[in-house]
Design a protein around this ligand. Structure first.
Ligand SMILES: *[C@@H]1O[C@H](CO)[C@@H](O)[C@H](O)[C@H]1NC(C)=O
Ligand SMILES: *[C@@H]1O[C@H](CO)[C@@H](O)[C@H](O)[C@H]1NC(C)=O
Length: 414
């Protein structure tokens, strides 16, 4: 009751009845869970970070723009400008304040040592790219939420309805407007795994529970073939790699549309509408097929010559061939044998899952996937199925919900 309940419970029926989106709810929650005093401090912290030196505020802008790094040439040139300015300033021997130290937590005023965390508020809002209609709609929502807060005793002395709101109220409304913008690009769906009574994996599915903001993970870039999977432990988000990564590889997340389930056109449409960027990941450039049309045959084998990045279709392995990239005569039979071993290992992993041996399954899949990426290059149907299976195994370590019957049986067995 100490935090948001005392405000939200009074108007829950109104909030639900208003038909507002879950993101608007979270925008409100970000305010109600902090309370009025902290909200003002957060706003102060943001103003302080934005004001003092231009360099610091542009640094903040680059950090928060990374979610959308592929989006536009203008952000690229902005980054170049920032790099140039940083260079100039470092040549002058000036210390550039790091973004993370500019969070407004460093200078508590007059013995007030209450910590505020402004990290979530520094995430990208794209305020400069918004149409006036968009701003108007969000401002109306912010005004509605402000009215709600005035009614539920959020402010000590709320302004009467027919008067212009006071400074504190306007400040909180400004924070609400900011939240409504940044949540569009930075919120994560929160889910748990529900399993059937009889089996840990058969019939298990992720069940959507709500939306949360994780400032660190919000900064990951998108790829239609993500390098990681995510699950939740309590309120924490866990990010784990599901394929091997080479030094310098981007550790990409996925914002929703995965190539195995959505076509190129569907993905591009979804990402442009919701996140305002055109995806140019490898999967999009090469237009990999969805599961419906994906076979094991689309796999390419890596050239065995050290340092060569040549890729070869698996149909041409019977005889030694000349690699067009390194011009060496190569034989791909070992690579193909290794690929077959990987495929066999995937089957073992699936059998482990069938027998509910989670740790063994994870070990088997990780071993097989590591070898696969050493010798071959996706897309490859069996590999993507193995990656999905590995994600299910890993999610078993996260929040899960099982019908009570399972627990009873498990206890009887022990
Ligand atoms: C699969 O391939 C067929 C034939 O080329 C095509 O018509 C269909 O749209 C493809 N399906 C998907 C989901 O891409
Ligand atoms: C791909 O390989 C897997 C593993 O060997 C096999 O079970 C599956 O039938 C193959 N699928 C296709 C479409 O060739």
């Amino acid at each position: 009751m100490a935090t948001y309940h005392k405000y939200e419970c009074k108007i829950l029926a109104l909030l639900i009845g208003s038909g507002m989106s879950v993101l608007s709810m979270v925008g409100l929650r970000m305010v109600t869970q902090e309370g009025p005093r902290k909200c003002l401090k957060i706003y102060e912290g943001l103003e302080r970070a934005a004001a003092p030196l231009a360099a610091a505020s542009t640094t903040t802008a680059t950090a928060s723009a990374t979610r959308d790094v592929k989006s536009s040439a203008s952000s690229k040139s902005a980054r170049r400008r920032i790099r140039r300015r940083k260079l100039r300033e470092s040549l002058r021997g000036e210390e550039i304040a790091e973004t993370t130290e500019e969070k407004g937590t460093k200078e508590p005023r007059g013995g007030d040592d209450e910590d505020v965390d402004t990290t979530p508020y520094n995430l990208v809002t794209h305020a400069d790219r918004r149409a006036s209609k968009d701003f108007l709609e969000r401002s109306l929502m912010a005004a509605f939420l402000l009215k709600c807060l005035q009614r539920v005793g959020f402010f000590a002395c709320p302004t009467p309805d027919n008067e212009v709101p006071g400074v504190e109220e306007i400040t909180v409304a400004a924070l609400l407007l900011r939240n409504l913008q940044l949540l569009q690009f930075n919120a994560h769906e929160f889910f748990e795994t529900r399993t059937d009574a009889e089996h840990r994996f058969r019939g298990s599915r992720p069940v959507y529970l709500g939306v949360a903001i994780y400032p660190g993970v919000a900064r990951f870039n998108h790829d239609c073939y993500p390098a990681v999977t995510r699950y939740f432990v309590g309120r924490h988000i866990v990010i784990k790699a599901i394929r091997s990564l080479r030094p310098g590889d981007v550790i990409a997340e996925n914002y929703g549309p995965i190539f195995t389930k959505k076509t190129l056109a569907e993905r591009q449409r979804a990402l442009a509408a919701r996140y305002w960027f055109r995806c140019t990941c490898k999967t999009c450039q090469e237009d990999w097929p969805c599961f419906e049309n994906l076979t094991n045959d689309s796999v390419r084998l890596r050239c065995p010559t050290a340092g060569c990045s040549g890729l070869h279709s698996r149909v041409r392995v019977s005889k030694p061939i000349k690699c067009p990239d390194c011009q060496k005569k190569i034989c791909l039979e070992d690579r193909l044998a290794c690929l077959r071993e990987c495929e066999a290992l995937y089957e073992c992993g699936l059998a482990d899952m069938e027998n509910e041996r989670v740790d063994e399954a994870i070990r088997t899949f990780c071993d097989a996937l590591k070898r696969f990426h050493e010798v071959a290059c996706p897309p490859h149907r069996a590999t993507h199925l193995a990656e999905i299976a590995l994600s299910s195994c890993l999610a078993d370590y996260g929040n899960t919900w099982r019908p009570a019957g399972v627990l009873k049986i498990a206890r009887l067995e022990k």
